[in-house]
Ligand binder design. Structure first.
Ligand SMILES: *Cc1c(COP(=O)(O)O)cnc(C)c1O
Length: 390
């Protein structure tokens, strides 16, 4: 029996079956590369689902986490720590607006905080988008459109209207003076990297203002430099009232954040919300290291330049109908429903990609992906498609 069979048996015996059986057991990572237990090497073009912003084992993150853990690992929110305050200040400066931050440990928790924040307007109606993904806890699930995720857990927290993603007229028709907030992913991630028509976010801002509703951008997947900007919504220059962040924020260390900007900053009062782990100094130190490295190494520029090259190269094959996305947030629309076959062929060729839907392949590699790794993938791309089509 190979050790893979052994791991599979142990995994199935001990882990709840929520994810199906994993493809393989990874043992090591370095930069954008990972190795499995058989010693096979892969270029990680999914980055732990848009999480490993600086790749694996980045010295800045390792150093920040190690130093902080040796100094002060966990305190409660009865006390403050320097990394927590500094990170909050940094995130607000990234968002480019006055506001306040609530720290959590994951994306769905950041969204739960935001969901509760919207209730403090005194209104309960929320407008969300078809194709949306906001997380798996009950509140976030209520805002997630996919029926397969929702149905087994109904009834979910109510008063949510879904409108077609990118349809400003439908949005205008759905929002009323009773609407607490509009929640939008500026680029939809789990849907396979779907970009809305230009002007949609601007229209959402106007519609929210007309009705006194909050505009909430879920940038958990699209934020923190993934698109070549700190926030994907900055491409349209729209400032929301709420931004939620997680995934890339901690560079692999679990952390989430809910930013309340303008009037949303002060909707919570003492006792309204809380967390034991959220904002702990180690997670905040990791996130600060990520932000500093993105700044010091010019990674936003790198992501923009390399993203263009990667997307243009991928689009050159006739089996690709469209390459959507910005920066290193890439959705490859295939001419046939072969995304699963493409993901399998890519893995065989040494590249980790994701079949987000049956017809869309998603890439969200580390922001430190090298030009060499991108070129290696482009060189292998026609062969990967040959195999998927065979
Ligand atoms: C991944 C994701 C979430 C949920 O984050 P978790 O950390 O898995 O809870 C929420 N919103 C978006 C847009 C995401 O991509």
């Amino acid at each position: 029996m190979s050790s893979t069979d052994d791991y599979t048996r142990r995994y199935q015996g001990a882990l709840m079956n929520t994810f199906g059986t994993p493809k393989s057991v990874l043992t090591r990572g370095h930069g954008a590369h990972v190795w499995d237990e058989d010693g096979s090497e892969y270029v990680d073009l999914l980055g732990g689902i848009a999480v490993n912003a600086l790749g694996h084992g980045h010295p800045a993150v390792v150093e920040a986490v190690t130093t902080q853990l040796q100094t002060l690992g966990h305190i409660s929110n009865f006390f403050a720590s320097e990394p927590q305050i500094e990170l909050a200040e940094k995130l607000l400066s990234i968002a480019g607006a006055d506001g306040k931050v609530f720290f959590a440990n994951s994306g769905t928790e950041a969204n739960e905080a935001a969901f509760k924040l919207t209730r403090r307007t005194g209104r309960t109606h929320l407008v969300a988008m078809t194709g949306s993904f906001h997380g798996r806890t009950m509140g976030s699930l209520a805002l997630t459109s996919k029926e397969a995720y929702r149905t087994p857990f109904e009834p979910l927290p109510g008063d949510v209207t879904f409108v077609p993603y990118g349809d400003a007229d439908a949005l205008a028709a759905a929002v009323t003076d009773e609407t607490a907030a509009i929640v939008i992913e500026p680029i939809q991630g789990e849907a396979g990297v779907v970009v809305p028509p230009e002007g949609f976010l601007t229209a959402a801002r106007r519609i929210a203002d007309e009705h006194g509703a909050l505009l909430w951008f879920d940038e958990i997947q699209s934020g923190m430099g993934r698109t070549g900007r700190w926030l994907a919504s900055q491409a349209e220059g729209v400032t929301p009232d709420i931004v939620t962040l997680a995934k890339g924020l901690g560079g692999g260390f679990p952390i989430g954040a809910c930013l309340g900007l303008g009037r949303a900053a002060s909707l919570f009062e003492p006792g309204n919300h809380g967390t034991t782990f959220g904002g702990n100094p180690v997670a905040c130190a990791a996130a600060l290291a990520v932000i500093r490295t993105i700044e010091e190494d010019g990674l936003l520029e790198h992501v923009t330049v390399l993203g263009h090259k990667l997307r243009d190269g991928l689009a050159a094959d006739p089996r690709v109908a469209e390459v959507a996305g910005e920066g290193l947030f890439v959705g490859i629309v295939l001419t046939e429903q072969k995304a699963a076959e493409v993901a399998a062929a890519a893995l065989k060729a040494g590249f980790i990609v994701n079949n987000a839907t049956t017809g869309r392949v998603r890439l969200a590699p580390p922001l430190v992906l090298t030009a060499d790794d991108a070129e290696a993938f482009l060189a292998a791309w026609p062969r990967i498609l040959d195999e998927a089509w065979s």
